[in-house]
Ligand binder design. Sequence first.
Ligand SMILES: Cc1ncc(C[n+]2csc(CCOP(=O)(O)OP(=O)(O)O)c2C)c(N)n1
Ligand SMILES: [Mg+2]
Length: 389
Amino acid sequence: MTVLEQPGPYRPAPPPAWQPRTDPAPLLPDAEPLRLLGTPAAAGLDPALLLELHGQLVRGRRYNAQATALTRQGRLAVYPSSTGQEACQVAAGLVLQQQDWLFPSYRDTLAAVVRGLDPVQALTLLRGDWHTGYDPAEHRVAPLCTPLATQLPHAVGLAHAARLKGDDVVALALVGDGGTSEGDFHEALNFAAVWRAPVVFLVQNNGFAISVPLAKQTAAPSLAHKAVGYGMPGRLVDGNDAAAVHHVLTDALRCARSGGGPTLVEAVTYRLDAHTNADDATRYRGDAEVEAWRAHDPVTLLERELTGRGLLTEDVIRAARDAAERMAADLRERMNQDPVLDPMELFAHVYAEQTAQLRAQAAQLRAELTAAGELPGAPEGGPQEGRQR
Ligand SMILES: Cc1ncc(C[n+]2csc(CCOP(=O)(O)OP(=O)(O)O)c2C)c(N)n1
Ligand SMILES: [Mg+2]
């Protein structure tokens, strides 16, 4: 008798190999994103933390404005702004310990800057200049990732390797809402949960994958719900509430560090600017929607809380603004200096040992540049053609 010929509904008894079975209830996200600012729970928040978050938010907002201005002046090729998403960026940059790793996407230069990267170095790739622009191992910030979600399996691999070596390292991987539709997202979360890797995934749900709204991208009840299918907890947080994002990420990192395995955090936020300076957002969303989100701006939410607690003094406002202006002036000045470019750098750092083909191509380019008189004083080609910096 085949399955189709069986009378009644087909109910096979699961053989033991169908294990594991876990109770999904503890993994499920809350129905509403966690909010702390403006709620009674905010009374328990440390004033020093709130003031640090405020200073970083003000600086982050200014950084986004300055980087966008640099695209208009032709000093930056492209800038995917995180204006409106600064609470996520700042919290992600602050929560890690020194030995931990950050795995950012192209939109997360601010998180890298908050973690301690020089803003000019953080923008090197987006300037169209030299490779990553910084030493990932020195800063424990992986290269900014443009192919969607490919940073996630890298984060899992690094975290798993650290665990095998007995190193106290946690990886925090950032991804957008659109990135959760990628195959790499699935593979990363599946491996992370099976291995209980010390990794935290932060999805910044900013409503859009370029012009595609979230509803056209997924039918999941929330992006945090996706965690449950992999066997890890999903947490939902108001991504414009810097204190709430900081709190949820701190919890998730503590869990990962103590062997509790990965967490998927969905931060509900909004991209106030266009996808990049090359995008026209008015073609796919209305002003009313943007204005509604401006009323829920991360800087406003925190300033309202600080005002209510009598912490937003004139001195605090001035210090935050002055620090932001100093950072912006320094960024402007250094980005306005013409970088010294060596075309032969194309061949540096591609492989640890140069291949015969690359050596031949390097020789050909060198000959052409020399013939055109465009190679003043460039270093001699060797196995690692190009200047090291
Ligand atoms: C693998 C891959 N496919 C397509 C793209 C083109 N692309 C660049 S950004 C983007 C939208 C991503 O949206 P989301 O993940 O929500 O991140 P956001 O830009 O909103 O931060 C797409 C489709 C890409 N970079 N990589
Ligand atoms: Mg998005």
